[in-house]
Design a protein around this ligand. Structure first.
Ligand code: ADP
Ligand code: AMP
Length: 217
């Protein structure tokens, strides 16, 4: 991966963005920045108005405001570990965020490269309801497709796995609606900017990773 690039992974909730971003992070030694993870961490911090606002918005499956996201991303990407570039997982999700990201890229003198992970809706439900993750190392499992060796225990750190509270039917439906309305239009937006590649996310994690490596090598 050329030094200094901003990699954006676009895709519906459950398309495999986090799974692949973690693998790319290891391969290319650039950090994965998951806005969902950062927002969950802020929400867990305590009883501030911001934490409360994020908790409610995430639980309802709605999008957190562009103003909050832009602040979160510009702060995070100024950290030392982003010097060689970074991978955005779950950002941008709106046209406003995409435009702000362009401003950020310009100010940081970086090129944006976007990959869209294409997936059939019919696969998303099992991926999302079956998702479990380790609160310690962040490893992502799935009770149907990638179960841990021991029931509900992380293979690496023996922690109990977490079932995200927004991975329930009601929130999933809302998140998919938000995706269709606000995020899917970014595919055309990035096509016009000629920085988009698309890959088939219905294949196995190894096959999807192989395709991503070909794009980013
Ligand atoms: P996203 O970050 O796009 O919401 P995740 O990477 O968290 O998606 O993946 C959602 C769920 O689907 C997880 O349980 C993960 O283990 C599973 N998963 C990811 N990629 C694949 C794949 N290619 N095939 C089957 N299951 C997958
Ligand atoms: P994720 O972990 O990417 O599935 O995101 C979980 C939730 O965090 C989303 O449903 C939103 O409520 C919020 N979120 C994450 N990223 C963004 C973003 N870029 N813009 C708005 N809300 C976001």
């Amino acid at each position: 991966m050329s030094v200094g690039k901003i990699i954006v992974i676009l895709g519906a909730p459950g398309s495999g963005k986090g799974t692949q971003a973690k693998r790319l992070q290891e391969k290319f030694s650039v950090p994965q920045i998951s806005t969902g993870d950062i927002l969950r961490a802020i929400a867990k911090e305590g009883f501030s108005l911001l934490a409360e606002q994020i908790r409610e918005t995430q639980a309802a499956g709605k999008l957190v405001s562009d103003e909050i996201l832009i602040q979160v991303v510009s702060e995070r990407t100024q950290k030392e570990d982003c010097k060689k570039g970074f991978i955005l997982d779950g950002y941008p999700r709106t046209l406003g965020q995409a435009q702000q990201l362009e401003g950020l890229a310009l100010s940081q003198e970086r090129e944006i490269k976007v990959v869209n992970v294409d997936i059939l809706d019919s696969l998303l439900l099992k991926r999302l309801t079956g998702r479990r993750s380790c609160p310690s190392c962040g490893e992502i499992y799935n009770i149907y497709f990638k179960p841990p060796k021991s029931n509900n225990i992380c293979d690496h750190c023996s922690e109990f796995l977490i079932h995200r509270s927004d991975d329930n039917l009601e929130s999933i439906n809302k998140r998919l609606q938000e995706y269709r309305k606000n995020t899917e239009p970014l595919i055309d937006y990035y096509k016009k900017h000629q920085c988009l590649s698309s890959i088939d996310g219905t294949q196995s994690p190894d096959e999807v990773f192989e395709l991503l490596c070909q794009i980013f090598q």
